[in-house]
Design a protein around this ligand. Structure first.
Ligand code: SF4
Length: 261
């Protein structure tokens, strides 16, 4: 990507670039790049700041296909990482067949699919306080385990993000023009229920793969509590999809724990 113009959000952009320059690590930043709007803005700000960085994309295996198409077309230089489990290649469905379905409280999939890479590095994320109440206390810079985390756009609102994207004519995934305000894993249990129901009907192949994974899980774990959710994999998935709260008190989905949109 080439350096782009600054035409709006002047103060916020300056502030974010100052954060980036202030915390610049010797080995360069590790940008967690999902392909969503916030990570697009972070990528642009790192370029504007003129610092060293590499962008990394964790392939979750349950991202909408439009994200992969977008990345290959506009960000071919981003390093894409396939998920592994105990050193072997894996994907979400294989993990479900071993571990069952994730939920808001036991979201094991983030550890295997999202929170990978960046160990010992300073990781840049697009987390913003305005995204949810749970994120409202996030700091610009903080330690998290063996990573340093920089959230350079922590103070930005949705419209600030879109202003920068539009003013600089940055490309973004087509999903945003088709009614999606966030982009992330299909049927993520952290999403609010109406978005999960939308995903259920928009991604039938994903639902079928999930049914097969649940069949395998139940055949190896017949004592599983999953049977409480329904008498067939299809029923279990429907109960799982519709069991999350509609919204949190801020009126937004509670997306705490998602690395960066
Ligand atoms: S974002 Fe949601 S579906 Fe994706 S890995 Fe995390 S909890 Fe699982």
């Amino acid at each position: 990507m080439t350096q782009t113009l600054i035409t709006s959000n002047g103060t916020l952009i300056t502030q974010s670039i100052d954060h980036i320059k202030k915390h610049q690590p010797k080995d360069g930043y590790y940008l967690a790049f999902s392909g969503g709007k916030d990570s697009i803005v972070c990528y642009d700000l790192l370029e504007k700041a003129g610092v060293d960085f590499e962008a990394h994309h964790a392939i979750t295996s349950i991202d909408p296909k439009e994200v992969g198409i977008f990345l290959r077309k506009y960000y071919p230089e981003v390093e894409r990482h396939h998920p592994t489990y105990k050193g072997e290649p894996t994907n979400f469905y294989k993990l479900v067949s071993m571990k069952g379905l994730p939920n808001r409280h036991v979201r094991w999939c983030c550890a295997y699919l999202k929170e990978v890479g960046g160990t010992g590095r300073t990781v840049v994320t697009g987390v913003r306080r305005a995204e949810s109440n749970k994120r409202s206390g996030r700091l610009v810079y903080q330690k998290f385990g063996n990573k340093n985390i920089l959230n350079p756009i922590v103070d930005w609102k949705d419209n600030d993000v879109w202003d920068l994207i539009h003013d600089n004519e940055l490309p973004y995934p087509s999903l945003y023009d088709n009614g999606h305000d966030r982009i992330g894993c299909i049927l993520c249990p952290l999403m609010c229920v109406h978005k999960r129901i939308r995903d259920y009907y928009e991604h039938p192949a994903h639902v079928r793969a999930l049914e097969r994974a649940i069949e395998i899980f139940l055949s190896t774990r017949p004592e599983s509590g999953l049977w409480n959710w329904g008498s067939t994999p299809k029923e279990i998935i429907l109960s799982w999809v519709t069991s999350t709260p509609t919204t949190d008190e801020s009126g937004q989905c509670n997306l705490e724990g998602v690395t960066s949109e």
